[in-house]
Design a protein around this ligand. Structure first.
Ligand code: PLP
Length: 389
């Protein structure tokens, strides 16, 4: 403990170099002088004043995500849900009116209803296909419109340019949960959205082993509020986790291209299967909202939903028992395929939903697409056998 603090000698150029970004850990940040310490808060929102707002490791990742989103600024959060709550809390106050898509991520809706309303924010859900008609729901006290496109589980595509144009005309802010498409699939800020949120847990991390969220924006004032909220709430993000997400970003494009191509192949085959009643995958020609998707998106995601012909729950049990390459779980976007199940009752709770009956959601990973398809076809066979017993 009495030894002097070691410092990194970077003067010997070439003494050490690596392709891996350094992982800087810090609880306290140390200062060169009393004046530097006294003025430390002025270093925010970009600089370093205390461990909770991050080290150069967080900042390097934030810079990379900002670049991908076409944004000037980005703040990372400990999970996607933390980023969603961070954005909502940074922007909304008592007396504000929030318009949120009815197809938003379940915990985002729960946070709005269970917490924001208690804080005096009025929460109103709108149908995801509302488009320019959102205008009619905007009031003088409307502060924020929350989008998610395609919607969680049900995959409705929103007309983002129409909604952001209506919002701008009335001085209302917009934020989007852009997790499904990633920055590679949909350029949210270029389509007029003020804040772009990702669950980096999904494609960016890519390996089902890290939780993180991000908020990107081109608006300096919004950036300051988001950074301020992140700091005030002590929502620190581990530098090791930043390292993992940065590593995920190195391969995100090739992973997503391959996973999206596999998803297209699997979706097209399933769509032609007699037991499949409905494919909810906007990247598939003929699927709901495909036209809007083709107009605005650059690349597909690897997550699709589907509905089967009517059958008892036991048939789904038999089907899921056949899955080996697909693990049963909720989080998605990783290299391993995932299958999830949403019973009809969960969707009935939505106010504006044209999807009736249970939904299966598949996240297509990096495994051989033919092996995945064969497994699904076998599982559908088990579904059929069990439903006709
Ligand atoms: C997974 C997910 C989230 C939440 O991310 P976590 O990191 O798991 O908290 C938010 N929105 C969407 C669309 C998601 O799929």
């Amino acid at each position: 403990m009495n030894a002097p603090i070691p410092t990194l000698d970077t003067s010997a150029a070439g003494a050490f170099a690596s392709l891996a970004p350094p992982v800087w850990r810090a609880s306290t940040v140390v200062f060169n002088s009393l004046d530097d310490f006294v003025n430390r808060r002025t270093r925010l929102p970009d600089g370093f004043s205390y461990g909770t707002t991050g080290t150069p490791t967080q900042r390097a990742l934030e810079t990379r995500i900002a670049e991908l989103d076409g944004a000037a600024h980005c703040v990372v959060f400990p999970s996607g849900q933390a980023a969603i709550c961070g954005a909502l809390l940074a922007l909304l106050k008592k007396g504000d009116h929030l318009l949120m898509t009815d197809a938003a991520y379940g915990l985002a809706k729960a946070f709005a209803v269970e917490r924001l309303q208690a804080l005096g924010v009025e929460v109103e859900f709108y149908p995801p296909r509302i488009g320019a008609d959102i205008e009619r729901l905007i009031r003088p006290c409307t502060r924020l419109i929350w989008l998610e496109s395609p919607g969680t589980v049900t995959m409705e595509v929103e007309d983002v340019p129409a909604i952001t144009a209506a919002a701008r005309a009335r001085g209302v802010l917009t934020a989007i949960d852009n997790t499904w498409a990633s920055p590679l699939g949909f350029a949210a800020l270029a389509h007029g959205v003020d804040l772009c949120i990702h669950a980096c847990t999904k494609y960016m991390g890519g390996h089902s082993d890290v939780l993180m969220g991000s908020i990107a924006t081109n608006d300096e004032k919004l950036y300051r509020s988001v950074r301020g909220l992140q700091s005030l709430m002590g929502l620190a993000v581990s530098p090791e986790d930043c390292f993992l997400v940065a590593r995920g970003l190195d391969t995100m494009q090739v992973r997503m291209e391959r996973q999206a191509a596999s998803a297209q192949l699997i979706a097209a085959s399933l769509a032609a299967h007699p037991l499949v009643r409905r494919m909810l995958f906007p990247a598939l020609p003929g699927a709901p909202d495909h036209g809007l998707w083709a107009r605005d998106f650059r690349q597909a995601g690897c997550v699709m939903s589907l509905q089967l012909v009517e059958a008892p729950y036991d048939a789904y049990r038999a089907m899921f028992r056949e899955l080996e390459h697909f693990s049963i779980g909720a989080s998605w976007g990783g290299v391993r395929s995932i299958a999830a199940f949403y019973p009809a009752e969960e969707l009935v709770r939505r106010r504006f939903c044209d999807v009736h009956g249970p939904v299966i959601r598949l996240s297509i990973g990096l495994q051989d697409p033919q092996a995945l398809l064969d497994e699904l076809l076998g599982a559908l066979g088990a579904f059929q056998k069990s439903s006709t017993l």
